[in-house]
Design a binder for this molecule. Structure first.
Ligand SMILES: [Zn+2]
Length: 255
């Protein structure tokens, strides 16, 4: 509500190149769209962390696509939430349609879509949980009975994942999540899709899946906007342009 009011008062500018106008100018949007696959793919981290759920991604987590996610999460550009929800939606629909158990639950008791919990540190720094509106927006595009619920909670402090390699990320997160006591009944036997914005080593999704399985979840799948290049089959991948920096500087296009 507040951000929509501010949009009316403050002139918008492109989140990447800062040109006045839309939250994402046509050129930066095109650069980000080049990072999206023609259809969602399964992300395969190398090596996959133990317990990593099958995870569908809409695109490649680099260039302008990664920059848009960063602008949304860490640079206060919450006005990009509809755009990012639209980019998450194909991966979520693919995960929801991928296995008979998931398709059955869409027609029956309902599919449980679970955003991964942010660390308490990130929650304090940002003042909100930016992933949840993206997940809710994307889930609205899944046909059938879908419930988005923040059933997971971080149970202890963890280090900043961005500074760690794959093995250190996995041990940093081991046992770091749990299903909230009041949600244990909802999770029991449910088909769950855990959702993150971007997948790097898969450690976050693996830990989220472990916590859900420990609480009695049935099938657990995953979905994300993008995965880093080395983790998806990229032989048929599209070129992925970096973000455009410096408003009006055409020499940066395609750099
Ligand atoms: Zn731009």
């Amino acid at each position: 509500m507040l951000s929509e009011l501010l949009d009316l008062v403050l002139p918008a500018a492109c989140a990447l190149c800062h040109r006045p106008g839309a939250p994402l100018c046509p050129r930066c949007r095109d650069a980000a769209l080049e990072c999206l696959h023609a259809s969602p793919r399964v992300a395969v981290p190398s090596p996959p962390p133990p317990g990593m759920p099958s995870c569908w991604v809409s695109g490649e987590a680099s260039g302008a696509l990664r920059a848009v996610v960063t602008a949304y999460k860490d640079e206060g550009r919450r006005d990009l939430h509809r755009t990012l929800a639209t980019w998450l939606a194909p991966a979520l629909r693919a995960a929801a349609g991928a296995e008979p158990a998931a398709r059955d639950s869409l027609r029956g008791r309902g599919l449980l879509v679970v955003p991964v919990p942010g660390s308490p540190r990130a929650r304090r720094r940002r003042g909100d949980v930016p992933l949840t509106p993206l997940v809710s927006g994307a889930a609205a595009s899944v046909p059938g009975r879908v419930t988005v619920a923040e059933v997971l909670v971080a149970t202890r402090l963890t280090k900043d994942q961005s500074t760690l390699d794959a093995a250190a990320r996995a041990s940093n997160l081991a046992g770091a999540m749990a299903v909230r006591e009041r949600h244990v009944r909802v999770v029991g036997g449910a088909v769950c899709i855990v959702v993150d914005d971007l997948v790097t080593t898969g450690a976050t999704l693996a830990e989220a899946a472990r916590a859900l399985r420990d609480a009695g979840a049935g099938t657990v799948l995953g979905a994300a906007i993008g995965a880093t290049r080395r983790q998806v089959d990229h032989h048929a991948g599209l070129p992925c342009r970096p973000p455009l920096k410096g408003s009006g500087d055409r020499s940066n296009v395609g750099a």
